[in-house]
Design a protein around this ligand. Structure first.
Ligand code: DP6
Length: 350
């Protein structure tokens, strides 16, 4: 059964009932969810623990950067078990990752009113924790697997809120496919602006770093307001958000592209001017940015964006994807090029 991903389908579902605890004892679910790339970034939080963002963000859910999560209730266990599948082997992911997963499972168990150990096995199709939103795909997959294993039927807004409470704000957006906005609704949930079928945009990712980034997004959010440019960006955002919404609505790539790039540079301007400063860029990051500017000077409509990491996402239309991918693969320091595009959101695999 596929997870329904469009809001109208979700709305038909109702909230779980008191039979939940019984079902928990015997159930499992496997869900695949994908990362998203923010066109307008979430950067800085009013409340980091409750994940209340300073600003509204808009993203495109991807289709190739996937996290798969198999979750199994195992009531005889006292402790949760968290496994990562890496190169075909089942490995212990290390305390940092396991603790984050377990903390989220505690929140979910409390929300659902269930008890007992859980076994989680996860897998990523792309480098984790290197600014490619693996926590967005990972935690949205985990949240969806949990509720589906219990047979619960939350609304998309509830799923979004639950995913967000993992600490990964971007996970709130990954429960929807297509183009997604987060920050406008009072309940803290994200909402789908358009389904994936609305506009076939591509994201060609120049991977220049596959290791874990040194500074987490959480630390970046915490330091954001120490930048002298933080307030200025917030002043600029309403117009930028409106341009993005309009460009998405009207398929206006000429208007969307420059805003995406400007916004990414502003994010990094803030990280580099935070106190202490955070430099997510590596030398090949700049080389890719230059290559994209060069492509534009030759008439190729391609625009760069980066999350909190060194890798560069190049947004373009289908007719330019080949040219962009070929160009990026020639840039020194690019270790891999991932050809991605707008995706449908989470789906159940079992
Ligand atoms: C720069 O707190 O959602 O990617 O969960 O660690 O990926 P992770 O980060 P999160 O912050 C995301 C920051 C961003 C911009 C964005 O995706 O909006």
């Amino acid at each position: 059964m596929n997870l329904p991903v469009e809001p109208d389908e979700w709305e038909k579902m109702t909230q779980g009932d008191s039979t939940t605890a019984t079902k928990a004892a015997e159930s499992a679910a496997t869900v695949e969810s994908t990362a998203n790339i923010a066109f307008i970034k979430y950067w800085g939080a009013r409340d980091l623990d409750e994940v209340v963002p300073e600003n509204t963000s808009i993203s495109m859910t991807l289709r190739e950067c996937r996290s798969k999560c198999h979750l199994r209730f195992s009531p005889e266990r006292e402790k949760d078990e968290v496994w990562l599948e890496l190169d075909g082997a089942r490995v212990n992911p290390g305390a940092g990752f396991s603790d984050r997963v377990t903390a989220h499972l505690d929140r979910l168990r409390e929300w659902a009113g269930v008890e007992g150990g859980i076994v989680v096995e996860t897998w990523n199709s792309f480098p984790a924790a290197s600014g490619m939103a693996s926590s967005a795909s990972g935690f949205s997959a985990l949240t969806c697997a949990f509720v589906l294993a219990l047979g619960l039927e939350p609304t998309p807004a509830e799923l979004s809120i639950l995913s967000r409470r993992s600490g990964s704000g971007s996970a709130a957006r990954s429960v929807f496919g297509g183009y997604v906005e987060w920050g406008r609704l009072g309940d803290g949930s994200a909402e789908q602006l358009h389904p994936a079928s609305h506009w076939d945009l591509r994201d060609v990712i120049a991977v220049v770093e596959t290791g874990e980034k040194e500074i987490s997004s959480r630390d970046g959010h915490r330091l954001a307001a120490t930048s002298p440019y933080f307030e200025r960006r917030l002043e600029l955002l309403p117009e930028r958000l409106e341009t993005t919404r309009r460009a998405l609505r009207e398929h206006d790539f000429g208007a969307l592209g420059p805003v995406i790039e400007e916004e990414a540079i502003d994010l990094h301007l803030i990280t580099m001017s935070s106190r202490p400063a955070i430099y997510y860029w590596k030398p090949p990051t700049l080389a890719v940015l230059e290559a994209v500017r060069d492509l534009r000077s030759r008439g190729v409509a391609a625009f760069s964006t980066m999350d909190a990491g060194a890798n560069v996402h190049v947004i373009c239309q289908p007719e330019d994807e080949e040219t962009v991918a070929a160009c990026l693969s020639r840039v020194q320091g690019v270790v891999r090029v991932i050809r991605d595009g707008v995706g449908e959101g989470p789906r159940r695999l079992d």
